[in-house]
Design a protein around this ligand. Sequence first.
Ligand code: PLP
Length: 419
Amino acid sequence: MLRSVRKSDKELYDIIMREWGRQKTGVEMIASESYVPVEILELQGSIFTNKTMEGFPGNRYHAGYRHLDELETLCIERAKELFGADHASVQPHSGSNANQCVYAAILKPGDRIMGMRLDQGGHLTHGSKANFSGKTYETMSYGCSAETERIDYDEVEKLAMEFRPKLLIAGASAYPRFIDYERMGSIAKSAGAYFMVDMAHVAGLIAAGVHPSPVPYADFVTSTTTKTLAGARGGFVLCKEEFAKKLDKGTFPGAQGSMHPHIMAAKAFTFKRALTDEYRDTMKQVVKNACRLGEALTARGFRLVTCGTDNHLVLVDVRPKNITGLQLDTALDYVGITVNKNQIPNDPQPPMISSGVRIGATAMTIKGMKEAEMDIVGGLINEVAENAENMSALDSIKERVQELGSKFALNYPDYYEAE
Ligand SMILES: Cc1ncc(COP(=O)(O)O)c(C=O)c1O
C-alpha cells in the first residue's frame, strides 16, 4: 500500500506518514472518530473507483453495470438485515448528503422542518441558518430543558403543534442520552409531519443492540457509516417500504449524481462486520468505557451534562476547573489527547470558545482500552485542565500520554510499515 505514491509523490506520502504517526499512538477521543479495519482501507482503494454509474440496480444510465448491480444489491441487503429496515439507499456520499437525500425526497423549498438546536447538540443539517437546510427550508428548533439538560419532549410537542412542520427530525451530534424515538414519532404523527431520525453518532450502538433502534418509529433513518459504525467514509438512509421510491428519487437525481462504488463496497463490509460478535462486544465496551470515563472525570471535579451518559460520549462542563473548552481542547491536543471543544446547553460562551468538551470512547476502545485505562485517561485530562498554562507540567504529562498511547498502538499489521 502506498508503494507507488511513495515513488511518484513523496510530498504527499510524507504527509500521510506523519498523520499515520499521529494516529498510530495518539489518544483519540473525538466522539465522531473511530479506527476502521484494514479491509475498509483496501475496499476504499479498490478498482470500483474507476466506474461511473448513475441510477439503481436494474435501471442504469451507463453500460457495464453488471458487477456494480451485484455490489449495490448486496450492500442494500446487508444494510436492511443489520437494521431490520424495509428499504435502504446506500448511495449518499456522507451523513449530510443522506439528510439532503431525504429532504429532496419529501420537501420543497420553503417547507417547514424542525430539528434540535445546533448549540444544544443538534447537527448543522437539521436546520441551522449557516447550512443549506436553514436557507432552503423554514425552520424551528427545539432544545433541552434547562433543568435536566435532556430533550424537553413536552416542549417539542408544543412547538410542533404550533409550527406544524412537514418534517420532524430527531438525532444529535453531542447528546449523551437515549432519545425517546417512540415519543418523537408520535409527536410527528400528531403534528402531521414526516419523522426522520439521524442516527449518525449512535448507529454502531444501535446495530450492536446497546442503544434503542429508531427503525420501528421513523419514516426515514439517516446515518454515516463512520463514527460508531467504524467503517466506510459515507452515508446511507433507511426507510419504510411506502417511501422507497420517493427516497430513491430524492437520492438520484434529487440530491446526487453518480455514486461512489468503491465506498459502497466498504459500506457493504461495514454492515457485514457489524453483525459479528466481536463488533458487538466492542460496542458494549464502548458504552462501559464512556460511563467509566464520565465517573473518572466527575470524581475529579468536572461536571457532566445530564450527570452521565447512555452512549459513546460524555459532554463535560469544564467551568469548575476555571478554564474554557477551547483552552482544554488546545492543552489536551498538545499532550496528545484529541477531543473537541463543544458548547454545553445554554452555554454563555460562543461556539469557538465554549464551556465544554465532547469526549468519545469509540476510537480508544477499538484500540483495546478498557475501564482501567479510562480511569487513567480521566486522571490525565484532569491534570491537563489543572495545568493548562504550565508548559513544564504539560511536557511531563505528554510523556505519560505517549507511553500509554504506545501500549495501544493502532494495529494495521505491516500495512504502512512494510513499504
Ligand atoms: C448527527 C449527525 N448527522 C450528520 C452528520 C454529517 O455527517 P458527514 O460529516 O458525513 O456529512 C454528522 C457529523 O458530524 C452528525 O453528527
